[in-house]
Each structure stands twice: as structure tokens, then as C-alpha cells.
Design a protein around this ligand. Structure first.
Ligand code: ARG
Ligand code: ZN
Length: 890
């Protein structure tokens, strides 16, 4: 079966516009009738109208007259409805369709969850509701009437403002919503059900009052306060940092437990995965609170970057996503712990996006083609896209960047545009040449910067010459030989042997600097830094100034120097990470060759200094102690032996745990003391989320697994005894303790997990945590436990959060997913096949676990391949999974 590939180069402007769409939803027990009236404006004398739709068609009227079936043709294969002989003057079509939301487990289009109805239309879900030119460059004004039983569906919501409501016969009622802002179909939303309302308000900078409404299940209403605060903080921040004010008089957020992604920015009516709305200290960890704050902000920021200015076509997705991720990252950084937030973002990018860039799924930030658009909501489009936006910011500075944003909105408010339009606004507002920068949107793969430095005499002075070579990788879409050198900012500073930042001068410039941003824009180039000191250790790619691999031949001593002294937290952390990576690689080599494992006295001493440093911020200290995960270590390597990497990594963890046991214990106890200090004599409920305490807790649980590793028997005893006391404080402590001992082989661990599950039996989001603990344990019986968990009464294969918690987590559990008997691969593959039958998007997400196929050693590669071939052999396989698996196998 061949699949239809869509190409960016084939873009053509719409033949018909739809400036107004009037919708009527008649919600019944078994099905929902939809009448859509499209006010159509043909362009340039077009007569053939093609609408998108994948839904049961009942009838079509043209200007109130019913069309005979001979007047159109339905093509289920490409989801189109073709009407060949339409007028060239404006006309209306009224289309009657019928949907069965109760049967929709794809959570795409109109679907039911716990008796309520919700929609998800991005990117192409609207066509599951009615026929329409379902593409983002066709924008219009929507009016939506909803009719339903008043008892079952007391709440009826859609985009914009409620303009009418009232009762009907037979216990039914109705509401009419009108959205005054033009929007594409993907931003349409409808919610109908029995939901609890929590309201608040926000006064905008111009003094307008915006009503805030959060809708949840009754039982969850007490958990929305933090999300509402986060929304208000986001609204304020967008005014002060970007000068952007909210435009409607109401902002609604609805939380639903069945949701494929994180959340959706529908105009005036966001729909959220409960995971990113509900949070209280007894059920959510500090990381969960930070996730809620970031996603609430992300969806709010889309109101300008996404909704007011949207994408011309789906290839441009990063126009709104990369920019909005950049904005939410900046918001989080401004809220608290900027440096730690930055490092977390880099870690995420390097672990998952770099892996994607090195995989068969590699694609540019603006993909050139796709089969199923849902497969392109990727780390590359989102996270690398945000790095690309960050590079504009680095080149232009905050003021220049804001000038660019201002021009972007002046030019494009109310339009559907491209990444080139954004680039042009940045360039034109600043007189900056971003021509070459466009390559970031068209060339896939992670560039490598190979840098070397040398001192040169220059008269009585010394020059430091940096040679920078950029290497672009082959990717499935384009060989390296066809790629051109990219343009990127390289932030640098120079340190002397005492760890002090040294001054230098630039060519043709007599000012003294102690840091600068070099513009890399050639395949190979040299930069001369003048009048430097005798000893130079360069600090490179400061702040992670470009999304690249960096190669520089540091000595371990130089890395230790940067780790001790660099004032750029990213560069400082990275120096430590490089030492840790080197130590793990050395262990891998020793394991391969059957040699004794090397010792790492310099690394251990550097870590000891960090643990003993009382001036370091706790959250940052916790980051410095993180040992890179397996996926971060694989980079672009071939012949990966995953379990050997795990063993090499575990051996280093053992070395650290033993060499630094005393320091780890003292650090953890100190952090606990500091956390408790201001709480003495107060209620336990005082252990609420705040960034400072979160940092202290992060440090405790960076140390605790290593403390457990040092003496498992004693630690599990201690945890077993004090569990309730720890758990009573908050979920971060409860989770931290359980995670730390989760790989312990004793029955006590099982008992603790069982107690946890019993305690939170009715908290769906906490049960997700229980399932992920089962799935990420490195205990020998993890697969058996994961299989048993499938039958747990709270597990549900049709709930995406549950699937991701159990099966998704298992697929990232390196020694178990990659078990040499193939059992891990079989377990995941079996569920991809099962889930694909009703939720292709979630199944396709799981299929990405096999991305490593070609880079893994032959024995496992054969096992993986067999599973993948069985998947593609399924005749009814979705195009979502097929696209991913065929690319992996190609
Ligand atoms: N626009 C949403 C966000 O990033 C994501 C929606 C993706 N939905 C999907 N079905 N792929 O905020
Ligand atoms: Zn988004």
C-alpha cells in the first residue's frame, strides 16, 4: 500500500475562502447531528470546490436548495468531497453530517470522555466533524449553536463570547457562541457536559476586565488554583515583556483526562490534558507544578503567536510552536531559576531532539513533506524550533528581537503566514541579514562544531586563534554533500589557570572584552582574539548559543577548571557533563575489552568540591549531580550495545556513591534542614510548591538514590519505617523516596508501591505515577510487573496518559526494552498493534521507540526488525504508524 505524501513545494493558494461559518450541533444520546453553513467566496473564477471531510454525510444544500447526489463525489481515500460545478459568485453550502463521539477513541475530532463531549481539531480534526476546506490559510468568523439535554449537558461551550442561551422542549437547552476573530478550523472547539466551574478575573494593562473560567470534573475543582494563578502570571508577563494584551472578554480552560497531547490553544477555549491543569501538593510533584505553569503559559501565549497570526500551511508549524516554546521558556526563566530552566531545556533537546535528528525520522524545523501531519508535532519542530528563535534573539538582543516581533504583528495580524515572513520581520526591523539563517528551516540533522585553539605571538602580545569547522550530517532527506554552511552565534569567554575570566580584544577594535558572540557562517573559519593571557581555557557555546554538538579537545583538568569557575551556568554544567560522559565511555571500553574499570579521582574530587560548596544554589547543585542518561550518551554512534551502556553508567554511579557517601549524606541532610527551617511548628500542609523549596527537594533527591545505592539494605529499611512521615509532607517527597528505592529487589519495595497505589486509587494522575514507577524500575521482574499492571483495575489501554505512563515509560527503560531475549520489543510492539486499531496517534508515539534500529548492534537489530516487519504487515495499519515504521525500516 502506498501512502500519499504531501510536499511543501506543492503549496497553492486556496481556490475558495470561507469568511463565515455557522455551526449547529444537535447532541443526542447515540450520535450528534451537525449542520454547517459555509459562506463561500470563490477565488479567480474557480468552479470546482474541494472540501475535506472524513465523516458521515447526510445531505448538502446550496443556497437552500438540496443538491442531488450526482452533484458531488465523495472520496474516502483522500478524505475529500468534490463539487465540480459551483458558482463563481459567493454562495452558501449547508452540510448535514452525523458523528458518533461515544465511539471515538482516537480523541481526534468530536469525542466523548466520561460522559462529556470535547473536540480536538489541530491539525486536521475538524474534517471528522464536517466538510470544510480544513486548512489553516482559510480563516473565518465562527458562530456555533449547541443544543443538548440540560441535565446531562448543563455546560455548553465554544469559542468567543456567549451571545444567547435558553431552554428548548423535552428538557433540552441551547447556547450560541460567536467568535469575532477570524480563525482557521483547527482552532475551533466545543465542550458539552456536566462540569464544575471555577472563576476568576484579570484586569489587562488597558484596564479591561477578562473573565477567567476553568472547567473540571466536580471532584477535581479544588485542584485548579495553581493553574489559574499561572494563567494570570502569563497574562501579566506577556503584557510587560512583549507588550501583548488579551483580546476577548473571556478566557476558558477545560481539563479532560482523555487527551492525546498536552493541551490545545483553541481561541478563547483552551482544552487541556488534566495533567497540565490539576495540581496540589499532595498529588503533584514540584516538576508537575512547573509543567502546569509552563503549559498554561504556552497555550496562553499562542493567542498571539498562533491564533492572531497563524500558519499558512502545516509545514510552517514551527512558526507558531518554536516561537511559542521560546516564549514559554523565557516566561519560566523570568519566573525563577533561569539558569536551571535553561539547562533542563538543553538536556531535553539533547536527549530527545538530537536523537530524532540522528534517526530515520530526522526532518528540518520546517519539514519538506509528510504523510500524516500528526507525526510532525515533534521535538524538532518544537524544541529545535525554539532554539532557532532563540538564535534570532541572541543575534539581535532583547530590544532588536522585540522590534522584530512588533513588525511581525504590524504586518501579519489576522493572517496565515510562513517562517520566511517571520524571518523577514526580524531582518527588516533590524537591518540584519538573515538570508543564510534560512538554512535552519530547510536542513535537517545536528551540526557539529569542531573547534581548536592555539596561542600565537603577535609582536609583544599573544593572540588566541580559534579554528571553527562545521560538519553537517547526512540525513535521510538530504546527503551532507548537498548541505550548505549554516549561520549561528557562538558565545565564548576565555579563562586563565586561576579560573578568572581574561580580557581580550577583537580584530580592528581596541575595546577590551571578556566575552563575545562570534558569528559562525562558513564551513571553516578562524577567529582571532587579541592580547590574551598566557594560559587560556576557552568557554565555548555559552548558554548553549546554538543547537549543535561541540567538539573541543579539553584536558580533564581544563574541564575541572570550568566546572569549578565558569560563570555561565550552562558552560559550567556542561564541563561537568563532559567529564561524566568521558568516565562512562571509558567504562564501556573497559567492559568491551574485559579490563578492570578505570577510577576517576579527578572527577570525584570535582564532584566533592561541588557537594561541599555552600554558595551553590541547591537546584543548580542538583543539576550538576545528574549523570547523563543512556540516550544522551549515544549521540550519533553506531553499533550501540544498550545494556553495556547501562552497565558502564551504573558502574560510575557506584563509584560516585561509594567515594562520596559522606558528602552525599551531609548534602541531603543539609538540604532537608534548610527546607524544614522555616516550617517548624507549622502545619505539614505548608510543604507547598515554591521554587526555593523545590530546589532544596531536587537536591535531596539527587543525593538519595546514590545514598540508597551505597547501602540498599539499610536504606530500604529506613524508608520503609519513615515512609508515611515523608509522604505526608507532599508528593515531591513521596515520589522522591519511591523513585530512589524503586529498583530495590526486596519485597519491601513492592509493599511500598502497593500502599501508594491503594492510597491514590481514585486519583487518576497519581495512578499514572504508580504505573510509571512499575515500568521504569530496573529490577529483574519489571516486565512481569508491567504485564500484571495491564490488568490493574485503574489501568486503561484507551487512556493515553495510562499508556504513556506504563508502556511509554517501559520503552525508555533501557535494560528492559532492549532485553536480549526480545521480550521488551515484543511487549511494546504488541501494544502498538492493539492501540493502533483505535488511537493511531498514541500508537505512532510508541512506535518511535524503535528509532534506534539501524544504530543498534546486529543481534538486537534483528529482533527489532522482526517486530517492525510484523507491524507493517498489518493490512489495516493506520497511516500514522505506517509512516513511522516504514521510515525506520527504509
Ligand atoms: N498546538 C498544541 C500545542 O502545542 C498541540 C496540538 C497538537 N495536536 C495534535 N493532535 N497533534 O500547544
Ligand atoms: Zn503549542
Amino acid at each position: 500500500m502506498t501512502q500519499t505524501v504531501k510536499y511543501l513545494k506543492d503549496y497553492t493558494a486556496p481556490t475558495h475562502l470561507v469568511p463565515k461559518t455557522d455551526l449547529l450541533f444537535e447532541i443526542n444520546e447515540q450520535y450528534t447531528d451537525v449542520w454547517a453553513t459555509l459562506h463561500i467566496e470563490p477565488q479567480n473564477g474557480a468552479t470546482e470546490l474541494v472540501l475535506q471531510g472524513d465523516v458521515k454525510l447526510i445531505s448538502i444544500k446550496k443556497n437552500d436548495e438540496t443538491l442531488p447526489e450526482t452533484a458531488y463525489s465523495l472520496n474516502p481515500n483522500d478524505e475529500t468531497l468534490v463539487l465540480p460545478n459551483m458558482p463563481t459568485e459567493p454562495f452558501t453550502l449547508t452540510i448535514h453530517t452525523q458523528v458518533e463521539p461515544q465511539k471515538n477513541k482516537s480523541f481526534n475530532g468530536l469525542y466523548e470522555s466520561e460522559g462529556n463531549l470535547y473536540t480536538q481539531c489541530e491539525p486536521e480534526g475538524f474534517r471528522k466533524i464536517t466538510f470544510h476546506p480544513d486548512r489553516p490559510d482559510v480563516m473565518g468568523e465562527f458562530t456555533t449553536e449547541i443544543r443538548a439535554n440540560a441535565d446531562k449537558f448543563p455546560v455548553l461551550l465554544s469559542n468567543g463570547n456567549k451571545i444567547r442561551s435558553g431552554s428548548l422542549n423535552d428538557g433540552r437547552h441551547f447556547a450560541v457562541w460567536h467568535d469575532p476573530f477570524v480563525k482557521p478550523t483547527y482552532l475551533f472547539a466545543l465542550v458539552a457536559g456536566d462540569l464544575a466551574l471555577t472563576s476568576d478575573f484579570f484586569i489587562t494593562q488597558s484596564g479591561r476586565r477578562v473573565v477567567i473560567e476553568f472547567y473540571t470534573r466536580q471532584a477535581d475543582a479544588h485542584q485548579v488554583a495553581f493553574a489559574i494563578e499561572s494563567l494570570k502570571n502569563s497574562m501579566k508577563w506577556d503584557e510587560t515583556r512583549f507588550g501583548l494584551e488579551y483580546d476577548l472578554d473571556i478566557y476558558m480552560v477545560v481539563a479532560v483526562g482523555d487527551f492525546n497531547m498536552g493541551a490545545m490553544e483553541n481561541k478563547g477555549l483552551n482544552i487541556f490534558n488534566t495533567k497540565y491543569v490539576l495540581a496540589d501538593s499532595q498529588t503533584a510533584t514540584d516538576a508537575d507544578f512547573e509543567g502546569v505553569e509552563a503549559v498554561i503559559a504556552h497555550e496562553y501565549f499562542h493567542n498571539w503567536t498562533g491564533n492572531r497570526v497563524t500558519c499558512r500551511d502545516w509545514f510552517q508549524l514551527s512558526l507558531k510552536e518554536g516561537l511559542t516554546v521560546f516564549r514559554d521558556q523565557e516566561f519560566s526563566g523570568d519566573r525563577a531559576s533561569r539558569a536551571v530552566r535553561r539547562i533542563e531545556n538543553v538536556k531535553l533537546l539533547r536527549t530527545h531532539q538530537f536523537a530524532e535528528d540522528a534517526s530515520p525520522m530526522a526532518h528540518p524545523v520546517r519539514p519538506a513533506s509528510y504523510v500524516e501531519m500528526n507525526n510532525f508535532y515533534t521535538m524538532t519542530v518544537y524544541e529545535k524550533g525554539a532554539e532557532v528563535v532563540r538564535m534570532y534573539h541572541t543575534f539581535l538582543g532583547e530590544e532588536g528581537f522585540q522590534r522584530g516581533m512588533k513588525l511581525y504583528f504590524e504586518r501579519h495580524d489576522g493572517q496565515a503566514v510562513t517562517c520566511d515572513d517571520f524571518r523577514a520581520a526580524m531582518a527588516d526591523a533590524n537591518g540584519f541579514d538573515f538570508e543564510q539563517f534560512a538554512l535552519w528551516y530547510s536542513q535537517a540533522g545536528t551540526p557539529t562544531l569542531q573547534i581548536s585553539g592555539s596561542l600565537k605571538k603577535n609582536g609583544g602580545n599573544l593572540d588566541y586563534v580559534l579554528r571553527v569547522k562545521q560538519i553537517l550530517p547526512d540525513t535521510p532527506d538530504m546527503p551532507a554533500s548537498q548541505k550548505q554552511a549554516m549561520m549561528m552565534p557562538l558565545a565564548i569567554a576565555l579563562f586563565n589557570e586561576n579560573g578568572e575570566k581574561g580580557a581580550f580584544k577583537l580584530p580592528n577594535d581596541d575595546n577590551s572584552y571578556n566575552e563575545t558572540i562570534l558569528i559562525v557562517n562558513q564551513a571553516e573559519q578562524e577567529f582571532v582574539l587579541r592580547e590574551v593571557q598566557q594560559s587560556v581555557t576557552p568557554s565555548l557555546l555559552r548558554g548553549f548559543s546554538a543547537p549543535v554538538h561541540l567538539q573541543f579537545d579539553y584536558t580533564n583538568e581544563q574541564l575541572a577548571l570550568l566546572l569549578a569557575h565558569d560563570d555561565d551556568e550552562f558552560a559550567r554544567w556542561e564541563a561537568g557533563q563532559t567529564l561524566l560522559r568521558r568516565a562512562i565511555f571509558a567504562n564501556e571500553t573497559a567492559l568491551q575489552q574485559g579490563n578492570d574499570l578505570p577510577q576517576n579521582p579527578l572527577l570525584i574530587q570535582a564532584l566533592r568540591n561541588i557537594l561541599n560548596d555552600n554558595n551553590l544554589d541547591a537546584a543548580f547543585k542538583a543539576m550538576l549531580l545528574q549523570v547523563p542518561a543512556e540516550a544522551e550518551l549515544w549521540g550519533e554512534r553506531d553499533h550501540i550495545n544498550p545494556v553495556q551502556t547501562t552497565m558502564a553508567r551504573e558502574a560510575l554511579l557506584d563509584e560516585i556513591a561509594h567515594a562520596l557517601h559522606g558528602e552525599l549524606l551531609a548534602t541531603a541532610l543539609n538540604a532537608r534542614e534548610s527546607e524544614n527551617a522555616d516550617k517548624r511548628g507549622k502545619e505539614i500542609a505548608f510543604y507547598e510548591y515554591n521554587p526555593k523549596d523545590a530546589g532544596l527537594r531536587a537536591l535531596q533527591y539527587a543525593c538519595f538514590p546514590l545514598i540508597h545505592r551505597f547501602d540498599e539494605a539499610a536504606t530500604i529499611e529506613q524508608v520503609f519505617e519513615h515512609y508515611d512521615e515523608m509522604a505526608r509532607k507532599n508528593m515531591t517527597h513521596e515520589w522522591g523516596v519511591l523513585s530512589s528505592i524503586n529498583s530495590n529487589a526486596s519485597a519491601k519495595r513492592d509493599e511500598l508501591l502497593a500502599r501508594f497505589a491503594a492510597k491514590f486509587d481514585h486519583q487518576a494522575l497519581v495512578m499514572d505515577k504508580y504505573f510509571s514507577l512499575i515500568a521504569c524500575s530496573r529490577r529483574a521482574d519489571t516486565l512481569v510487573q508491567a504485564q500484571a499492571a495491564l490488568n490493574h483495575p485503574r489501568f486503561a489501554l484507551d487512556n493515553p496518559n495510562k499508556v504513556r505512563a506504563l508502556i511509554g515509560t517501559f520503552a525508555r527503560n533501557v535494560p528492559h526494552f532492549h532485553a536480549l531475549d526480545g521480550s521488551g520489543y515484543a511487549f511494546v510492539a504488541q501494544h502498538i498493534k492493539k492501540i493502533d486499531a483505535f488511537n493511531p496517534q498514541v500508537a505512532a508515539g510508541l512506535a518511535r521507540a524503535f528509532n534506534l534500529l539501524k544504530r543498534i548492534e546486529p543481534q538486537r537489530q534483528a529482533l527489532m526488525r522482526a517486530e517492525l516487519e510484523a507491524i507493517v504487515a498489518l493490512p489495516s495499519l493506520s497511516k500514522d504508524v505506517r509512516e513511522i515504521v516504514e521510515k525506520i525500516l527504509a
